[in-house]
Design a protein around this ligand. Structure first.
Ligand SMILES: Nc1ncnc2c1ncn2[C@@H]1O[C@H](COP(=O)(O)OP(=O)(O)O)[C@@H](O)[C@H]1O
Ligand SMILES: [Mg+2]
Length: 352
């Protein structure tokens, strides 16, 4: 099977991107032991890296340890090396930057890898922008394309002795590092909540990725969407929309619908106008019900089990019924909650 890559993105914060990255990646690695799973954390907040590296203070300190090295063992270290090498240089040795998670967090499977997040992505952003906007000095050179393909090239260069599944965690804002993150993946996983802002953000996502028709007379020419078209950069397609924790807002009555009606309407309209923005459907999609079946999945609230597992940086399957310490407080996790959370993650994974 060729390498499959998924960026987890919505142009809105707090919808569950990092939590979903953590649970999907750790569970996928645990279930498919012949597969290598890689998380590339392109959010400066580095939440998924912290969870993978042991959660809580332990995860935070480990991320800091990687970020503060002279050559950071992080996305920033990797980007710095590629950019300072210039467009023609061989790619850095990815082994120097990609971490085997299990070396730092024993509860994780040994086929799970991480290119760690780094808060210095934020101060580094102007340097990445500068490199991407450098003038092309020869007819064949395209600095914008070269910079935007950095993670796509990294994914393509992963050792071929095993199949890989890559999850890219992102920041909600469409900053340069988010542009690089989405450009690194073939597929998009889009978490949404039940609220209106989440629906509006999915519309913004299509505009940011594909532009408007016609393009804006002033800004249109320098958007990511227009430049990607000009440079023939491939833009990822929406593979699945995850209705995350909808029960929290909407109650049990709609718990079995992955998307609120308003969100489903909006996304189905986008699909009808531009089916090519989505991955190819398995079954024909004619109605909004077909669309819901094909492109959306419900991820129920993980309850305490999911939150404690993320805080402790442990795969959810390793949680037993009992009390766990979270910031000094004993928190109760029940076997039922673990089972339910695991079922929810597995049903999302089955759709990838
Ligand atoms: N399915 C879920 N069940 C319970 N809590 C969740 C779930 N998804 C996300 N959360 C919680 O919501 C908050 C925001 O999630 P996070 O993954 O950090 O969002 P994002 O990365 O999109 O900003 C976190 O406190 C996380 O624990
Ligand atoms: Mg996040």
């Amino acid at each position: 099977m060729p390498t499959r890559s998924f960026a987890i993105w919505n142009n809105k914060g707090g919808v569950g991107k990092s939590t979903i990255a953590f649970h999907l990646a750790s569970r996928q690695a645990e279930q498919k032991t012949k597969l290598n799973v890689l998380v590339i954390d392109l959010c400066p907040q580095s939440n998924s890296s912290m969870m993978l590296l042991g959660g809580g203070n332990k995860g935070e300190n480990q991320v800091l340890n990687f970020c503060t090295r002279a050559t950071p063992k992080t996305v920033v270290g990797y980007l710095s090396q590629v950019i300072s090498g210039g467009p023609g240089a061989p790619l850095p040795n990815s082994k120097e930057f990609i971490i085997k998670v299990n070396k730092y967090n024993k509860s994780m499977p040994d086929n799970l890898f991480l290119l760690c997040g780094d808060g210095n992505l934020e101060p580094m952003a102007p340097a990445i922008n500068l490199a991407a906007s450098a003038p092309a000095l020869t007819p064949a050179s395209n600095p914008w394309l070269w910079i935007h393909q950095i993670f796509r090239n990294l994914v393509a260069s992963l050792p071929k002795d095993r199949d890989w599944m890559v999850f890219i965690d992102t920041n909600p804002s469409f900053s340069i590092y988010t542009e690089l993150a989405v450009s690194g993946a073939d597929n998009l996983i889009v978490p949404v909540n039940a609220d209106d802002s989440s629906r509006v953000a999915t519309n913004a996502m299509f505009v940011l990725l594909h532009g408007t028709t016609p393009p804006h007379p002033v800004y249109g020419a320098w958007t990511y969407a227009e430049r990607a078209k000009l440079s023939k950069l491939s833009v990822p397609k929406v593979h699945i929309i995850i209705g995350n924790r909808l029960t929290q807002y909407a109650g049990a009555a709609v718990a079995y619908k992955a998307l609120s009606d308003a969100t489903a309407d909006t996304l189905f309209a986008a699909y009808t106008a531009h089916p090519s923005y989505f991955t190819k459907s398995i079954k024909p999609v004619k109605t909004i019900a077909d669309f819901r079946d094909e492109y959306s999945v419900l991820l129920r609230d993980f309850n305490t089990a999911g939150v404690v597992s993320a805080h402790l940086g442990r795969p959810i399957s390793s949680m037993k019924q009992g009390y766990y310490k979270v910031h000094g407080t004993d928190v109760k996790v029940s076997a039922d909650q673990v089972r339910e959370a695991l079922k929810a993650i597995d049903s999302a994974l089955a759709r990838l």
